[in-house]
Design a protein around this ligand. Structure first.
Ligand code: 5AD
Ligand code: SF4
Length: 468
């Protein structure tokens, strides 16, 4: 629960925004205050940072890439693996000398790590120069928390584990002008045994479809060409809403909006992935032919221990259906290597599955124990070095598959969204509907537009092409 003095109302938060703008006006004597925001982790965090930037913008802040120039420094943190947490601790530690040089800078931390009590306590004790800490559930009261920090000068630490609400009306300042994220739901109810997300992002809750549709329309009108719908498990969209609506129905409604754009979504959970969704993808006008469907492990025994609630047979049946309905479908997945109790035999079944499916690309992770999750208490006899060997084996197999898949695309024509320059002279980079990167020579005026290109060469998982 929020402190008694903290207020959920968007109007009150707007009042705090105005008060902060006034304070900054006086303190900076007309000079613009600068904020430095660093985001770790997944797209949901990127989308959250875009909201924080929206609120800061309304307070009068502009943004800098250099923390040394900033009046406000914020790290939006990720808790999904230990490595991500270690990086945050390392980078926060490095701010100590900056704070000494610029005592007036306010250093803040937010995001998933801050929803864990032991982490917030560690920050409180070990990093006294951090002035503001707030968890994922406190994002909507950020103006009030910032105001408190600026005015009281005391350290503000706020976490709220019980939030079951969706807070609308927060301003968004998107990083990209033609590629954007659109959250459709928050939290997760799945409790995969290795995963910290349900504990730090709370219960699953969907946004009203009318609000999502309006935001999608606004983005399309503003020239967004590549819109990704975000949720931890988009396939269970609609659960708990008064209105009866499935994810496939929502996707179809957005797809019906007129315009030249590509619609993506992530992440799909195999247990909730329906034929209806795949049929909608197949018949969609704007929906990308890319399905990111994490299977995590190719062993039924490990899937059970992970509490994933599907087996390999069910997973493959979805894949077969997708391949039959969308012949050029691009499939990607997340995989965890070295889950507690996994044997080399289990791992070999993961290799077998990736050979069968032939994914375009994979996001692969070595299991990382997370405090408070059931898997962290399971017996984990395989040493990390051994897991690393399995991991390398997995990468080698996938490299072979990706190279084969990319080679099969040589000679085809693809519609590509040109995203930017590669850094090499005159070379641009874009993405196919299946989310594969294509490098090609061209004019930088085409950045942010769709172009047809012929694929001329495959270099492992990157394609080369020429504009038609
Ligand atoms: N260890 C390793 N990988 C993890 N993931 C989630 N939790 C863990 C963990 N404890 C991976 C899963 C998930 C992706 C976002 O991160 O593969 O799909
Ligand atoms: Fe974590 Fe599983 Fe939820 Fe994904 S579906 S966020 S892996 S608990």
């Amino acid at each position: 629960m929020l402190n008694d003095n903290l207020n959920n109302s968007p109007e009150i938060q707007n009042d705090y925004i105005k008060l902060i703008a006034e304070i900054m006006e006086i303190r900076k004597r007309g000079e613009v205050p600068l904020a430095y925001i660093r985001t770790y982790g997944c797209q949901q965090n990127v989308a959250d940072s875009e909201k924080i930037k929206g609120m800061l913008s309304m307070c009068g802040y502009e943004f800098t890439d250099n923390p040394n120039n900033a009046d406000f420094i914020l790290f939006n943190t990720c808790a999904v693996r230990e490595h991500a947490e270690d990086r945050v601790f390392g980078n926060v530690g490095a701010l100590k000398s900056l704070k000494r040089k610029h005592p007036s800078v306010l250093i803040a931390l937010c995001g998933c790590m801050m929803e864990q009590e032991h982490v917030a306590n560690k920050i409180y004790k070990s990093f006294p120069f951090v002035g503001l800490v707030f968890g994922t559930h406190c994002m909507h009261i950020f103006p009030q928390l910032l105001y408190k920090s600026l005015v009281d000068g005391k350290r503000v630490f706020e976490r709220d584990n019980d939030d079951l609400l969706v807070h609308e009306g927060i301003p968004v300042r998107r990083d990209g002008s033609f590629k954007g994220w659109l959250p459709i739901m928050y939290g997760c109810d799945n409790f995969c045994t290795y995963c910290i997300v349900p504990y730090v992002r709370g219960r699953e809750r969907s946004r009203e479809s009318s609000v999502i549709l309006q935001e999608a329309k606004n983005m399309i009108d503003a020239g967004y060409k590549d819109i990704t719908l975000l949720g931890q498990n988009v396939n269970s969209y609609g659960k708990g809403l008064e209105e009866k609506i499935t994810f496939a129905e929502l996707l179809k409604k957005i797809d019906d909006i007129e315009g030249d754009y590509l619609l993506r979504f992530m992440t799909s959970h195999p247990k909730d992935c329906t034929k209806e969704l795949i049929d909608t993808m197949a018949s969609g006008k704007h929906i990308s032919k890319h399905l990111h469907l994490p299977f995590q492990s190719g062993s039924d025994r490990i899937l059970k221990l992970m509490n994933r609630r599907y087996n390999v047979e069910k997973y493959l049946s979805i894949i077969d259906y997708a391949k039959s309905k969308i012949p050029d479908v691009s499939l990607t997945s997340d995989i965890i290597v070295g889950f507690p109790g996994e044997t080399y035999e289990d791992f070999k079944q993961t290799l077998e599955l990736i050979r069968k499916v032939e994914f375009t690309s994979l996001f692969t992770f070595i299991y990382s124990p997370r405090v408070g999750t059931p898997a962290a208490k399971m017996d984990d006899p395989i040493p990390y070095e051994e897991k690393s060997k399995w991991f390398s084996e997995l990468l080698a197999v996938q490299e072979e598959i990706a190279a084969k898949r990319c080679a099969a695309m040589v000679g085809t024509t693809q519609r590509i969204l040109i995203e930017g320059e590669t850094g090499k002279d005159g070379m641009l980079a874009g993405r196919t509907s299946g989310n594969i990167v294509v490098e090609l020579p061209g004019d930088k005026n085409t950045i942010g537009t769709f172009q047809n290109a012929e694929i001329t060469e495959a270099r492992n998982w990157i394609l080369r092409g020429k504009l038609l």
